[in-house]
Design a binder for this molecule. Sequence first.
Ligand code: NAP
Length: 312
Amino acid sequence: MEKSRVLIVGGTGYLGQRLVKASLVLGHETYILHRPVTGVDIQKVQMLLSFKEQGAHLVPGSFNDHQSLVNAVKLVDVVICAISGVHIRSHQILLQLKLVEAIREAGNVKRFLPSEFGTDPARMENAKEPGRITFDDKMVVRKAIEEAGIPFTYVSANCFAGYFLGGLCQPGVILPSKDRVVLYGDGNVKAIYVDEDDIAMYTIKTIDDPRTINKTLYIRPLKNILSQREVVETWEKLIGQELHKSSISEQEFLASMKGQTYAEQVGMTHYYHVCFEGCLTNFEIGDEGREATKLYPEIKYTTVEEYLKRYL
Ligand SMILES: NC(=O)c1ccc[n+]([C@@H]2O[C@H](COP(=O)([O-])OP(=O)(O)OC[C@H]3O[C@@H](n4cnc5c(N)ncnc54)[C@H](OP(=O)(O)O)[C@@H]3O)[C@@H](O)[C@H]2O)c1
């Protein structure tokens, strides 16, 4: 079967650049939509040039220029968007409505993967303020996709390892301490951690797979379904020493959000749902979904232990 031509929107981002690499590695003709570079963002330009050297096509375009989006979309079979959606960095999820409109108008796209890559927003209708905005906005985009009749795959990638493992599941921390850690309650709620490069590989694997058309692809590597306590124990084994452990209750955690910035509160709400409520593991995948490691067992995923080794 011919491999789909892919347009990656947000290809300069944290996840987006990994999607570009995976798409090239897996042999897809890869296009990157990039907005006009302003100022002297030398790193971004160098990254784009390096992708071009590796065979990607650079397509200039902008969300403010509808025709540029339509033209870009017409070049490919599949569109993957990885536009920003983390408030502490930037949150542009609703901009995708313009992309949906361009895909609808172009009429040639066989599949669209919107910028999701986290908790399944369809399961978060009772999420807390202010963090629910992430899920609500992603659902607005889903509704637009489905109303436009665009074939889709939603990727629920669970926890990006860099954020969650890097900080031993503590918000605002991205390097693991060798001294101390704060556990959520008893620290026994299970979450799922996925190496960002693996997320990109599973995502690209799925774009030509008829089993995931109009489905949600959940990434649940079995060895990476661990509680915070188990993550900490894995780290302790690697460094050969025990951390001092304290614990924060649900009420204390929620109260500690007061006085934080809005962006921090959004992030903390997400940690609350993952680490206290267990929102990633408290359901079975139904017929609306498929599980990535079962569909693509040939991908050797990075385990939590392997990921944490890089911090030694
Ligand atoms: N599950 C998790 O733990 C987790 C963690 C993080 C993110 N995520 C999800 O992953 C997805 C991608 O997030 P990310 O952190 O990888 O994103 P990011 O690095 O913050 O940004 C990604 C891209 O968004 C582009 N962008 C931002 N504003 C734009 C605009 N106005 N017009 C055009 N492009 C714009 C950036 O382009 P420029 O380079 O031109 O600025 C960049 O390429 C989001 O849906 C997010 O919610 C999940």
